[in-house]
Design a protein around this ligand. Structure first.
Ligand SMILES: Cc1cc2nc3c(=O)[nH]c(=O)nc-3n(C[C@H](O)[C@H](O)[C@H](O)COP(=O)(O)OP(=O)(O)OC[C@H]3O[C@@H](n4cnc5c(N)ncnc54)[C@H](O)[C@@H]3O)c2cc1C
Length: 553
């Protein structure tokens, strides 16, 4: 008899453990294929350690092909699902042509996304902590801040660079702030111009306490421990908005900073949100067997699914499976068993699991733990934390690499090598009223268009005593001189009100303008008429006009 096709979409804890169980017990009945955007599985609890340089980024991940050697693994992005045709649409490889993959049983394990849109400026200026790239970016960013702070002569800029804010105090936020704090403080031995007391690290939590899934006394211990390590823990206050150089809190306080890490804003995966499924708290509603009601042969689990733990769960959050790796693993195993049971005509088992407890690392050999109802804090909890995650890590090689990194990290200073990461070619930048956007003497780095608000350019020519002012509103632009060549800015640009600007790098802007003659001509005419036209005494395009252009913004 032909085997049935099971497609698992999502290669996180839920998807991998469901696929593993099917690989083990359902191979005779099913062809199993797992589809994931990356070709690796991310051990998310270790991401804060990647950000803190404690372990190498490659050690927090394991190739899916290594984990799942007897089933098909496809690195592809899922673009859509046609429930009527029972097909998943994916794009893959270099050609990126959508293809349909038919299924008999579909398992949705796509996790959650982050959406920070309700906090103005946070999408553009906050770093997130969801995947490997995020952790790597955070590490690079922190070290870049230390490098810049060590050499700047501007006190205000130095303060911004040495202030680090983590928003959200669930275990992701607490572990991230603790690990990052240790990286910064231990790295200071290399930065001779930065003193310990110049470092400011904040943990900001809207609720009245941190670590909501832990008992209050353990949360208190964690708070005191973080405070002792120099972290300012602010509860009862959330983030309201952010700009490139500050974060505004809900109590009106403004913290000047170049680093905001958002561990808040969990939102439905955009693909899932587009499927028209019944959702509850941003997650796919399932029954107790993890089937998606109204869609035969469709199952969901992990962070993406709202799985009831009792028959009539209502609106009590404790009646649903929490979004943790611990639950996702058990859900995966149970879901696979249910798929096999359904094919065999046997009764399905409802998902039931009671948490064995929670662990959160606080850095510097301290942690909090609640295991089987026993509460632990300090070094013993930390040893338990390390032992537990080491045993849980997939693959002997990964376990060995992580154990060696942990041992090395205890005796050698942190690795502060800056590995170049790709800079975006364009981005939106938020400014608060009064912020300096550009200053005289800065190297021209790109092209700026005002999207919202107003900016004022002021040029004072010390040679001639001339004074020039111009206000830029939405749709107006400056910096187009990058089309001619790199030069130093002579003008000061200040935000007259809270503003948003689209910045395009010199390289990308030049490519765009050169590829579209209409744009190239427009900008060249604009430059000549604004800065070097006949009214300034130069013929447009003349050598004098160009020279003049190079001395003004
Ligand atoms: C920093 C951090 C620390 C954590 N620490 C702990 C902890 O200590 N203990 C604990 O129990 N839990 C912890 N968690 C939570 C835990 O990691 C999650 O609950 C768990 O990963 C959920 O598993 P999942 O399979 O549902 O989703 P995920 O692990 O998020 O996996 C979803 C997968 O789907 C893929 N995907 C998404 N969209 C697409 C698409 N369109 N096409 C193809 N692939 C796609 C993603 O790339 C990803 O691989 C932590 C989470 C984070 C972020």
């Amino acid at each position: 008899m032909a085997k049935k096709k099971v497609i698992v979409i999502g290669g996180g804890f839920g998807g991998v453990f469901a696929a593993k169980e099917l690989e083990r017990h359902g191979r005779d009945q099913f062809d199993v294929e797992l589809i994931n955007a990356n070709n690796y599985f991310v051990f998310q609890p270790l991401l804060p350690e990647v950000a803190a340089s404690t372990i190498h980024s490659a050690d927090a991940v394991t190739p899916l092909r290594l984990l799942l050697q007897r089933i098909e693994v496809r690195q592809a992005e899922v673009m859509g699902i046609d429930f009527d045709k029972r097909a998943v649409t994916v794009v893959q490889g270099f050609r990126r042509i959508p293809i349909d993959l038919p299924y008999d049983e579909l398992v949705i394990a796509l996790g959650m996304s982050v959406d920070l849109k309700r906090f103005p400026g946070l999408t553009e200026h906050a770093l997130t902590m969801k995947n490997l790239a995020d952790a790597h970016r955070l590490r690079t960013h922190i070290i870049s801040c230390l490098e810049a702070a060590d050499v700047t002569t501007d006190k205000a800029v130095k303060q911004q660079l040495l202030t680090f804010v983590v928003a959200g105090a669930g275990f992701t936020g607490v572990e991230t702030v603790s690990e990052v704090n240790e990286l910064i403080r231990r790295a200071l031995k290399y930065y001779h111009n930065i003193k310990q007391d110049e470092i400011r690290v904040y943990l900001v939590e809207y609720a009245n306490r941190i670590l909501p899934t832990f008992p209050a006394d353990l949360a208190d211990y964690a708070t005191k421990r973080m405070q002792m390590r120099g972290i300012d823990v602010k509860t009862g206050v959330g983030t309201k908005a952010a700009t490139y150089s500050a974060v505004e809190l809900t109590d009106g306080a403004v913290i000047p900073t170049r680093t905001i890490v958002a561990t808040i804003g969990n939102s439905p995966n955009p693909l899932i949100a587009s499927l028209g499924l019944d959702m509850h708290w941003g997650r796919i509603k399932t029954d107790r067997y993890m089937r998606v009601p109204g869609h035969d042969h469709v199952w969901a689990l992990g962070d993406a699914a709202d799985i009831p733990l009792v028959d009539h769960p209502g609106e009590d959050p404790t009646h649903y499976a929490p979004q943790t790796a611990q639950f996702a693993v058990r859900e995966g195993r149970q879901l696979a068993k249910n798929i096999i049971a359904q094919a065999d005509g046997k009764p399905l088992m409802p998902f039931a699991y009671t948490s064995r407890g929670s662990l959160a690392s606080l850095g510097m050999s301290k942690a909090v733990a609640e295991v089987y109802g026993f509460k632990l804090s300090g070094t013993l909890a930390w040893l338990l934390w390390r032992g537990f995650y080491l045993s849980f890590l997939p693959g002997f090689a990964t376990k060995l690499r992580v154990a060696v990194s942990w041992m090395l990290n205890a005796i050698v200073p942190p690795n502060i090598v800056l590995i170049e990461s790709q800079q975006p070619g364009s981005r939106y930048i938020h400014y608060r009223k009064g912020d300096k956007v550009l200053e005289p003497g800065m190297l021209i780095d790109g092209f700026y268009t005002v999207v919202k608000g107003a900016l004022k350019l002021t040029i004072d020519n010390p040679k001639t005593g001339e004074h020039f002012e111009k206000v830029f509103g939405p749709g107006q632009h400056f910096g187009e001189r990058v089309l001619l060549k790199s030069a130093l800015r002579t003008g000061l640009v200040v935000a007259l009100e809270d503003s948003i600007v689209l910045w395009i790098s010199q390289k990308d802007f030049t490519r765009l303008a050169r590829a579209f003659p209409v744009l190239d001509t427009y900008f060249k005419d604009y430059i000549e008429s604004t800065f070097g036209g006949p009214d300034k005494g130069f013929a447009p395009g003349s050598a004098e006009a160009i020279e003049e252009l190079e001395n003004v913004i």
